[in-house]
Design a protein around this ligand. Structure first.
Ligand code: DOR
Ligand code: ZN
Length: 354
């Protein structure tokens, strides 16, 4: 492979997106079509309204997603359950045979549609014990929600107060810290012995931007997501982690569309829509780090290995080409519009399916 600076084209297997919001109803036309263009599989988040917290709801949601997959696309949604009061140890016992890939824990109040989440980690311990037994992965939105904790500190405090004790209590539970945003998270993950079953997903926005992008020169709601963008030191640590070849770090876009008017609002929703062209955004970040050769494992291997599913299972390929292009100003989104991440800005990577 040529030195990174000279790479003008990458041909890779279709990606796995291990953290994706597809939404429901007529939003699925957009989200499923966009993601299935470049992703072979995706872990689908369950924070719908009402939350996907039963096998029936998950089955219906899967069927709805599958109906929206364009012809000739081979896309597999990996379904999750939302950890609400309705989840019991019996649910966990049956989950795998009912086609559930993982359970997602949103601490109550942490983010979009997390009101039915569980606030007390101890209250979940019997569930986590059963998940450990059943080898069902736990996906965590890792932020505390205490009013006295600054929004920029919520992830680091979660690691110290919640994750470390949880890790100790359930040494065999497979845990994914979703969308990490801090140098503290990177440091924690890198400090773990190799045998620890802990991993993290990283989004394109947290690799590309710091909080100045959100706040300098006016407030930019389309860069607002949760966990919120952090400072440059954090971004650099994430970029280093993603491009380091450490298999604990892998791709999860957290692409989370909201209609334009829900974002451009006096109380705007959290979420960036990267579903249109996430591989191009990641390529831009990996290029900045001089590490385009590290993108393949981050996007196509490490996550699959962590979850114990096969890699390289599609004859389709994704071509990522170095070619300047402008991201559209907006996209159809049901009856509304969604503003993609970096709308109207130029990026120098483009994706094709071959
Ligand atoms: O920014 C975010 N948007 N973060 C989340 O955790 C949830 C997501 C959403 O569903 O809108
Ligand atoms: Zn998410």
């Amino acid at each position: 492979m040529p030195a990174n600076q000279q790479i003008t084209e990458l041909t890779l297997p279709l990606f796995d997106d291990f953290h994706l919001h597809l939404r429901s109803g007529n939003a699925l036309t957009r989200t499923v079509s966009d993601a299935s263009f470049w992703a072979r599989r995706a872990i689908v988040m369950p924070n719908l309204q009402p939350p996907v917290d039963s096998f029936d709801l998950a089955d219906n949601y899967r069927a709805e997603i599958i109906k929206n997959i364009p012809a000739e696309r081979n896309f597999e949604p990996l379904m999750t359950l939302y950890l609400s009061e309705n989840i019991t140890t019996d649910t966990v016992k049956q989950a795998k045979e009912r086609g559930i890939f993982a359970i997602k824990w949103y601490p109550k109040g942490a983010t979009t549609n997390s009101e039915q989440g569980i606030s007390s980690v101890q209250a979940c311990y019997p569930i986590f014990a059963e998940m450990e037994k059943q080898e069902l992965p736990l996906l965590i939105h890792g932020e505390v929600t205490d009013v006295d904790i600054d929004i920029f500190d919520r992830e680091a405090v979660f690691i110290d107060r919640v994750l470390i004790p949880l890790r100790r209590e359930f040494p065999n539970l497979k845990i994914t810290m979703e969308h990490i945003t801090t140098a503290r998270a990177v440091e924690y993950l890198c400090s773990l012995p190799e045998t620890e079953k802990t991993a993290a997903t990283i989004t394109p926005q947290h690799l590309l931007f710091n909080r100045n992008q959100l706040l300098v020169g006016g407030i930019k709601p389309h860069f607002y997501c949760l966990p919120i963008l952090k400072c440059e030191t954090d971004r650099k640590a994430l970029l280093q982690a993603a491009t380091s070849g450490n298999p604990r770090f892998f791709l999860g876009t957290d692409s989370a569309p909201h209609a334009q008017n829900k974002k451009e609002n006096s109380c705007g929703c959290a979420g960036c829509y990267s579903g249109l062209n996430a591989p191009a955004l990641y390529a831009q970040a990996f290029e900045e780090a001089g590490a385009l050769d590290k993108l393949k494992n981050f996007a196509c291997k490490f996550g699959a290995d962590f979850y114990g599913i096969e890699t390289e299972n599609s004859d389709k390929r994704l071509k990522i080409i170095r070619k300047e292009n402008t991201i559209p100003a907006n996209l159809d989104y049901g009856e509304d519009k969604v503003i993609p991440l970096l709308a109207e800005n130029k990026i120098h990577w483009q994706i094709e399916r071959i």
